[in-house]
Design a protein. Structure first.
Length: 317
């Protein structure tokens, strides 16, 4: 396991690809990291220009192995960057950009605190820009895609919505987890999704009939969740008690929620986000202890620790 210090300023997001390459963003930096000989080699993307933005960068995604990065800011602006240059600025939302999601090789979705989900193109094509979904007075928390390319998202009001991207029609599917905050949602198929919440449960839902299929009490606050479609498994980060420094990684069967494995992580504060890499080889955890933990998905062992940052890690992609 290797531990490496990233920098002195607040890191708010990191994107990871199959080869272990990363892009991290923060208040005063945006950097590309390449894994070489078990160490991360840093290359600044925007250098001094990032300080002139005067906005906190809070989410990101990358294209072409990090050569093109899309960055979201707390004022609702989105920046498309190529190497060390901002090539385009988009006024996307009237509130913080919560999620940036790579939809294809040339387009991406953004979700904001203003309740909008929008589509943009990497190229300056006005015809490809559109409002995909609008939920009035809702702060969007999580966003995922199902197998029919519909959008599954959750709000701070513990609601789950589904939207067909071709007609922008949204349906309120569920108001769940007894009003407790939903910390994560993932689509298992075109008809099923799984959510986790502050109530300490993981739940599988039938999207067509708006019914709960099964539920698993994981023994503590379920703060984040991710799905590996290749192995049909879920991983959940669990905090036993609010004041407990023990953070566990729980592996579940996606269809039955049967517990397969449980182990204690090296994190000492809740992990707000967990993501599989696209090929399922890596699991990345972003923790409130200001660190990022990279685990191999076979043995669930921690292989790299990135930090220490000066603030919580809010998002991973």
């Amino acid at each position: 396991m290797k531990k490496q210090r990233i920098g002195n300023d607040k890191v708010t997001d990191i994107s990871v690809d199959n080869d272990g390459n990363c892009v991290s963003v923060g208040v005063r930096h945006a950097c590309r990291w390449q894994l070489q000989n078990c160490r991360f080699k840093r290359r600044k993307i925007l250098a001094k220009k990032i300080a002139n933005l005067r906005q906190e960068l809070c989410c990101s995604t990358m294209f072409q192995n990090g050569k093109i990065c899309v960055l979201g800011a707390t004022n609702g602006d989105v920046y498309i960057c190529k190497d060390r240059t901002i090539v385009r600025k988009i006024v996307a939302h009237n509130g913080a950009v919560r999620v940036i999601f790579a939809e294809s090789d040339s387009s991406f979705l953004t979700a904001g605190a203003d309740g909008y989900v929008k589509r943009f193109s990497l190229e300056h094509d006005k015809n490809s820009e559109s409002v995909v979904m609008e939920i009035p007075k809702a702060d969007i928390v999580c966003l995922s895609r199902d197998h029919d390319d519909s959008i599954i998202l959750t709000t701070s009001r513990a609601e789950i919505y589904r939207c067909a991207t071709e007609d922008s029609k949204q349906n309120l599917l569920l108001s769940c987890h007894y009003g407790n905050e939903i910390c994560g949602v993932v689509a298992l198929s075109s008809s099923e999704c799984t959510s986790c919440g502050e109530d300490g449960t993981v739940r599988v839902w039938n999207l067509e009939h708006h019914k709960q299929i099964c539920v698993r009490d994981v023994g503590g606050r379920a703060t984040s969740i991710s799905y590996d479609p290749t192995e049909k498994r879920l991983v959940v980060c669990v905090q036993r008690h609010h004041k407990d420094k023990t953070i566990e990684l729980v592996e579940l069967d996606a269809s039955t929620l049967k517990e397969l494995r449980r182990l204690e992580t090296k994190a000492r504060k809740p992990c707000r986000v967990i993501k599989f890499s696209p090929d399922g080889r890596w699991i990345a955890l972003g923790s409130n202890d200001h660190k990022i933990y990279l685990h191999d998905s076979t043995e669930l062992k921690c292989r790299h620790v990135l930090g220490k940052h000066n603030a919580v890690v809010q998002n991973l992609d």
